[in-house]
Ligand binder design. Structure first.
Ligand SMILES: [Zn+2]
Length: 366
């Protein structure tokens, strides 16, 4: 008998909703909605640094029940109702991710077809972002009309008329369509060559069911026919210059580059201050997000110092603290200087702080 996650979660009474290969649930150990499991691989882990529960479905059950895996298996096997059939899911292997120029083409067309709604514009204005800056950020809103028709218009601009390997798109009953299960703001992740490599979606507040649930998700079609995993690059919020021979864009960076978590935070900070700032999609995946490659790229471009502007709640948030240590380690290993700047902790995010500073609510020296 295979011990699967659905089986263990049913047994522990933890609700789950399988909409893709990776499923977010309340952690069986700490209870926070930070536990992801992979339905296909049958492994999972808690993103909360102070918890760190991880393993196969059997490992998780054993850990929560305080048993070794042998005893846990025995308990599960002997306890299973003869009529119980664990749910089965048929997920497709993800297509290899399309090259960045292909993704860029599809995503730019998607943004043209799904411009920022008035509601989302007002939401951003409420955050203190000036109208002109909102335009420059180039955000969109999730599509509210026929997804197959919209995708058809995107297909027309693709050189070989396919969206294979472009996260978010997949084939349903023979037609390409968009996998959109939540409404919100489309936040593009732009790489060092000004290409859009993917989107985070800032969910509408009414779609966020609990305090623990993240405000962001990413546009993905992993597990669907011809679908692909969302692979967000390190986001470059900076000015770019174009090489007129090759047409390729390059970032204008200077000696020091700031780094934060989340493209929206970086964009707001960049347009308020003019400083170049990078963003990782999540502080917990610094090692897997191509961040090391970006550090060596920055070094080649003449950058000397990385300035840590992760949230000010690091003093009370172990996850942020651990991420900062990891960041420092990676920066030093890349032979760059690491610097941390602190600010008035009434403002958790660097973006909130620079807006307050712009509006004269905190001293410039702070
Ligand atoms: Zn946990």
């Amino acid at each position: 008998m295979d011990i699967t996650y659905p089986m263990v979660l049913d047994k522990l009474g933890i609700p789950y909703n399988v909409r893709g290969v990776n499923v977010l649930i309340n952690c069986p150990a700490c209870g926070r909605k930070k536990f992801y499991f992979d339905v296909k691989k049958n492994v999972g882990h808690c993103y909360r640094a102070s918890c760190g529960l991880k393993g196969t479905a059997l490992d998780i059950y054993a850990s929560v029940r305080g048993l070794d895996t042998k005893a846990a298996f025995k308990e599960l096997a002997s306890d299973v109702d003869v009529n119980y059939t664990p749910p089965k899911f048929d997920f497709k292997e993800p297509a290899p991710t399309a090259p960045s120029d292909v993704r860029d083409k599809a995503y730019r067309k998607l943004l043209k077809l799904s411009p920022l709604s008035n509601r989302h514009r007002k939401d951003l204005e409420k955050r203190g972002i000036k109208a002109g800056d909102i335009d420059k950020m180039g955000y969109g809103s999730t599509c509210t009309y026929d997804l197959v028709a919209t995708t058809g218009k995107i297909l027309k601009v693709m050189d070989d008329h396919t969206l294979k390997g472009v996260a978010g798109f997949y084939k349903k009953d023979g037609n390409w369509t968009l996998n959109q299960w939540v409404q919100g703001i489309l936040v593009p992740y732009v790489n060092q060559h000004k290409e859009i490599t993917g989107f985070q979606i800032r969910k509408n507040n009414e779609d966020i069911k609990s305090k623990d649930e993240g405000k962001y998700t990413c546009l993905t079609s992993n597990g669907k026919e011809d679908g692909a995993k969302c692979q967000l690059c390190v986001h470059f919020a900076c000015d770019f210059k174009q090489d007129f021979c090759t047409g390729q864009y390059f970032p204008i960076l200077g000696n020091a580059v700031r780094i934060t978590e989340g493209a929206m935070k970086a964009d707001i900070s960049h347009y308020v201050t003019g400083e170049p700032i990078l963003a990782v999609a999540g502080i917990n995946n610094l090692e897997s997000s191509g961040f090391k490659d970006v550090l060596s790229y920055l070094k080649k471009r003449g950058v000397k110092t990385i300035i840590d502007t992760f949230d000010m709640d690091f003093k009370s948030n172990e996850d942020v603290q651990k991420a900062m240590e990891k960041l420092k380690e990676l920066v030093l290993a890349a032979d760059l200087r690491y610097e941390r700047i602190d600010w008035n902790s009434d403002y958790k995010g660097y973006d909130d702080y620079v807006i307050a500073r712009r509006d004269g609510l905190v001293d410039k020296e702070e």
